[in-house]
Structures are given as C-alpha cells and as structure tokens.
Design a protein around this ligand. Structure first.
Ligand code: BMA
Length: 374
C-alpha cells in the first residue's frame, strides 16, 4: 500500500489533468517520468508517513571491525542477515581529486558500493569532511576563524572553494546505475555547524556567512546540471538548545529537503541524550511539517556500544516518537586502523542480541524492506 504512494500521487495529478480537459495535456502528463530526486523524496516521505524508520550505517560495505574491502561484506548483514536500508559515504578528499577518501576507501570502491546499494533497493547518503581551503589543514582546522569570510570573498580562496565543490558535484553527478541513470543520493554538506570543530562552524563565523556556503554549493551544482541530489541540513546538538539555535544556519526552503540532527550518546549520560534527542527532533519535526520537509536523525551512535542495550533501551523509544524517515549510525572502523571505534555490533559482540531485537521491530526498516518502498 505505502509503496504505491508516490504513484498514487502521480495518478492523482493525471486525474486532475484529465478533468481539466484536452487530450494533449493528458498525453504530456503520461510522458512525465519522475526524476531520481523526486523518487527518492517520495520514498523518504513514504517512510515518514507510514511511521517506518530506515536504518543506516556509515561505510557499511567498505570495512568492518575485523575485515576491509571485501565487496558486499557488512557487519550489519553478518549480524542481522540484511544490509542497512541506508549507507552513508564520506567524500572527504574528493576536493583534491584524490583516489581515496579520508578514511582510506578508494572512490572506485565507494562508487561500486553505491551502485550495489542502489541496485539492492537501498539508499545512499553522502557527507563531506572537506579540508580547510585557507589553511590547507583538515576540516577540523579551526585555527583561522576568518576562513569562511575568506572563502566567500571574491579571489583565490573563493576560486578554490568553487573548484572543490565542483569536484564533489562532478563525482555525485557521475554516480550511475546499470541503466546509465543517475543514482539519487542525499547529500549533507556543512554538517554539525552548531559546533566549533569544523571550519564552517557557526561559533567561528556568522549565520549569513554559513548560509552563503550553502548558496555557493547549490549554485555550483546547478551550473553543472547535477539533479540527483536531495539536500540535508544537520545541526549538532551542541549550542542547539532552542528552536532558534536549531534554525540559526538554515539557508532556506529552496536549499534543504531533509531537516536532520547529529546527536551522539555518551555513557553515563542517558538523561542528557534523551533531552538532546527530544529537543532537536521536536524542532526538526515542527519545522518539517511547516515547510513540507523530511525529518532524519542524520548521525547518532554509542561508540563501542559500552552501554548494554543501547539500541533498544536508549535509541529505539526516542526515535519511535517522531516521524523520522531514517537514522544513521557512524562507522565500524577496522580495528587495525582505529580500535574501539564502532557503532554496530559485529559477530560475537555482546550487544548482538540487542541489535537483532532492534532489527526485528516492525517500524525499523533494513535494505530488504526498503527495496519494497519504491
Ligand atoms: C570521525 C571519526 C574519524 C573519521 C572521521 C571522518 O567521526 O570516525 O576517525 O576520520 O569521522 O569520517
């Protein structure tokens, strides 16, 4: 039933056209196929309308705690038997036209994994830890608090920024399925801007400057005709206690499709986690319903799952109260590269049963069920 909703809407418009009159109009309506972006938006809306929440995991099929770069492997699948409905990928270093992204996943591998996730009926989302164009440091280099002002001013830094955004745009535009169609993705640039750890963070610049970064980004994508993007806005819970703070960097309805939030759990802080989640998800829900947008928990997680039962006791009851279309937990870093930095249990982990119980909840969707929502 729910899976048909987009086409029911399309059918309804067709009906309206037919009511209105000429055969010519109805022939035109029949010829209109929804774009990939429209289909992705409709799938996200269906999730939200039906009270389903798609589960996502960063870099899921690229590496896990005990393996790396084994095509189609997944810690999530090893534990639950299914892939996550959403896989997030990071574009960090695409700005330098690098062969691999900042955590060592080659863009060739990433592309092939994106195609595979799309082919299995799942969804791909993208984040971007873009380096600092002024200092030459990483996205965490906040030593020059005038970075945003400098990249916005006409000149060499602005040219660099546009070139870098252009590389991200070219890559996203080049993601195609076996039929040669562009794969729609959710892109979440300039994330966690309420915090002071990325050079684009609001504490280092002004809301207007931050919004201008979004405008340039959209401008470059539009100039290149990149049309397969659903755009996500994602404040961090830091400096985000009020609705005004949540919306402080909001660039405008024409730039954003998904109202997100990045909220991590810290052991021993269950109550604060609850408060952050309730605050930000309430703001996202209110604004999304007012503006016709989608709500998502764009990043969450409990590092190394040291608090037993986190998925069922701490996460599940909170997300189930809001029309959240999807959630994404962060990566299962390979233990050789970074130990105890994982957010999903792997086979043999003590929290496997908790995660499987979460997987079994009727409102939680993994790839197989996601593929039925078309
Ligand atoms: C952080 C950590 C880092 C990683 C970065 C970008 O949260 O996972 O190890 O390099 O994200 O993916």
């Amino acid at each position: 039933m729910k899976a048909l909703s987009f086409f029911m809407i399309a059918g309804f418009s067709l009906f309206m056209v037919n009511c209105g009159g000429s055969k010519k109009q109805s022939a035109e309506a029949v010829a209109t196929t929804p774009t990939g972006r429209e289909v992705l938006l409709a799938r996200l809306q269906t999730l939200s309308d039906s009270g389903k929440i798609a589960f996502g995991h960063h870099d899921d099929t690229a590496y896990g705690v005990h393996w790396e770069f084994v095509v189609d492997s997944s810690d999530v699948k090893a534990v639950t038997g299914d892939y996550p409905a959403i896989i997030n990928w990071d574009l960090g270093d695409i700005e330098h036209a690098a062969d691999e992204q900042l955590d060592g996943v080659s863009f060739d591998y990433q592309r092939q994994a994106i195609v595979a996730q799309d082919a299995r009926g799942g969804i791909n989302t993208l984040s971007w830890h873009v380096d600092n164009p002024v200092t030459g440091g990483t996205s965490w280099d906040v030593t020059d608090s005038a970075t945003v002002a400098k990249v916005l001013a006409p000149g060499a830094y602005n040219d660099t920024l546009r070139t870098w955004i252009g590389r991200a745009a070219d890559y996203i535009g080049s993601l195609r399925n076996a039929e040669g169609q562009r794969i729609p993705v959710v892109f979440r640039p300039w994330h966690e801007h309420t915090g002071a750890w990325f050079w684009w963070g609001l504490p280092l610049t002004t809301p207007d400057n931050y919004k201008a970064l979004w405008k340039i980004t959209k401008e470059v994508f539009d100039e290149k005709g990149i049309d397969n993007v659903v755009w996500a806005y994602s404040p961090d819970k830091t400096n985000c206690a009020t609705l005004e703070e949540y919306m402080a960097g909001y660039p405008g309805d024409e730039y954003v499709d998904v109202l997100g939030a990045d909220i991590y759990f810290f052991p021993g802080n269950k109550e604060i986690f609850k408060e952050w989640m309730n605050n930000l998800l309430t703001y996202a829900t209110q604004e999304a319903s007012k503006r016709g947008k989608i709500v998502a928990l764009t990043e969450t997680g409990s590092e190394a799952l040291t608090t037993p039962g986190w998925y069922m006791d701490d996460l599940y009851p909170l997300i189930s109260q809001y029309p959240v279309a999807y959630i994404t937990v962060w990566r299962n870093a390979n233990e050789k590269a970074k130990s105890n930095h994982y957010y999903v249990p792997y086979p043999g982990h003590p929290q496997e049963a908790d995660f499987v119980e979460f997987y079994n909840q009727p409102n939680i969707i993994f790839a197989q069920e996601m593929s039925e929502i078309r």
